[in-house]
Design a protein around this ligand. Structure first.
Ligand SMILES: *Cc1c(COP(=O)(O)O)cnc(C)c1O
Length: 370
């Protein structure tokens, strides 16, 4: 087989080490968040590694992602928390997927699936304590009334919420969310419903709010070795995390151009000296942000080469410098330890590292290091 023109390297030992880092710091169970193809790192490989490294649960947004885990033969508990009405809940129960319940409509559909299949649904009750997105809010009281009637038809495994601002160390918003979370839990327990696993913390909560750990933490971005927010919480390095993803792409061509050459669509990039340009075989259809500016780029043998001009669909251009020894066919590092990070790409494009890794296209092969 020929060399890929661009590929993603996933260091599974980094994922194992990031999980170990949290494991040594908490008594809570760890749910590895593997939605969006494990933040672009590869659903099944990351899930297997996480489970082998101390995580006991897997969490997905979509039911289809949870079913892919079962298709791969993974038998660990899996929670899918984003299931609009009309999903195949019979299938979810048959494949032993835990479901999040966040509305009366969803509760009714899941109960109906339970009745049809004869399988008691395993549910996690989601409450909205301040995110104002998922979870019970104004339907909470009617939900408690309804639960009185149907609680024997359900296995209430979990009770959970999601933080909106856990990455802001100076805000007491997370504490307020936790207070309401406890109040609503008391109401649930007064109905004789005692969830086994209470969970709230995302990565930022796990790092900055030890009191939020409860029985389980839901680790996403930090498991992949990235900081929830470098401006408020510091870099990966500062947090003791190892980024798992790196990306390599081939140079299609290297060409010498004079100073003041205009590069790319719109001629927005201009060379300031005589130089060599590298044409990199990766573009916005591969997930590089089109609006990234020249504070991002690639590295070749550790030398940084910045983006020049707009990122195109399948390629981008970098300024290698007049003395570079890079040649057509050589690989450059697009994201990696010896070059620019996902955080560098994020700041160059006005976004967050989450969006960088999750948008790296699946047409790039993933190569795993164990
Ligand atoms: C994505 C997600 C997480 C993980 O968040 P990170 O900030 O990546 O740790 C946790 N819980 C829920 C419900 C999520 O959707």
């Amino acid at each position: 087989m020929s060399d890929p023109r661009a590929y993603v390297e996933v260091d599974l030992t980094a994922i194992a080490s990031n999980i170990a880092h949290f494991k040594s710091d908490t008594d809570a169970e760890i749910l590895a968040v593997v939605k969006a193809d494990a933040y672009g790192h590869g659903l099944v490989e990351v899930s297997r590694t996480a489970l082998a490294s101390g995580a006991t649960w897997l969490g997905t947004a979509l039911l289809e992602e949870a079913l892919l885990l079962r298709d791969a033969g993974i038998t660990a508990p899996v929670l899918a928390w984003l299931t609009p009405p009309g999903e195949d809940f019979d299938m979810a129960l048959q494949r032993n997927i835990d479901l999040s319940i966040s509305s009366l409509a969803l509760l009714d559909e899941v109960l109906a699936a339970g009745a049809r299949t004869g399988i008691k649904p395993r549910i996690h009750i989601e409450v909205d304590t301040g995110m104002t997105r998922g979870g019970f809010l104004e339907e909470w009281d009617p939900f408690l009334l309804r639960l009185r009637e149907v609680k024997n038809d359900l296995h209430v495994v979990g009770y959970w919420t999601h933080f909106a601002r856990a990455d802001e160390p100076d805000s007491d918003f997370t504490e307020q969310q936790l207070i309401l979370f406890n109040v609503l839990l008391n109401a649930l327990q007064s109905e004789g419903v005692f969830p086994e696993i209470v969970h709230a913390a995302n990565s930022a909560g796990a790092i900055a709010h030890p009191r939020s750990h409860k029985q389980m933490i839901r680790l996403g971005i930090a498991m992949y070795g990235l900081s929830p927010d470098i401006s408020t919480m510091g870099s990966s390095e500062k947090l003791g995390l190892r980024p798992a993803m790196s990306i390599k792409a081939k140079l299609v061509n290297v060409k010498r151009v004079p100073a003041l050459s205009r590069v790319g669509y719109g001629g927005t990039g201009v060379t300031d000296t005589d130089t060599q340009l590298g044409i990199v075989c990766m573009g916005y259809s591969d997930g590089l942000p089109r609006r990234a500016d020249s504070t991002a780029g690639v590295s070749y043998n550790g030398d940084l080469a910045r983006l020049i001009g707009r990122v195109s669909m399948d390629q981008c251009v970098v300024d290698l410098g007049a003395d570079s020894t890079a040649r057509a066919g050589d690989y450059v590092t697009v994201i990696g330890e010896d070059g620019f990070s996902a955080d560098d790409w994020a700041s160059a494009a006005g976004t967050i590292n989450y969006e960088i890794t999750t948008r790296i296209a699946t047409r790039l092969p993933r190569i795993y290091h164990r």
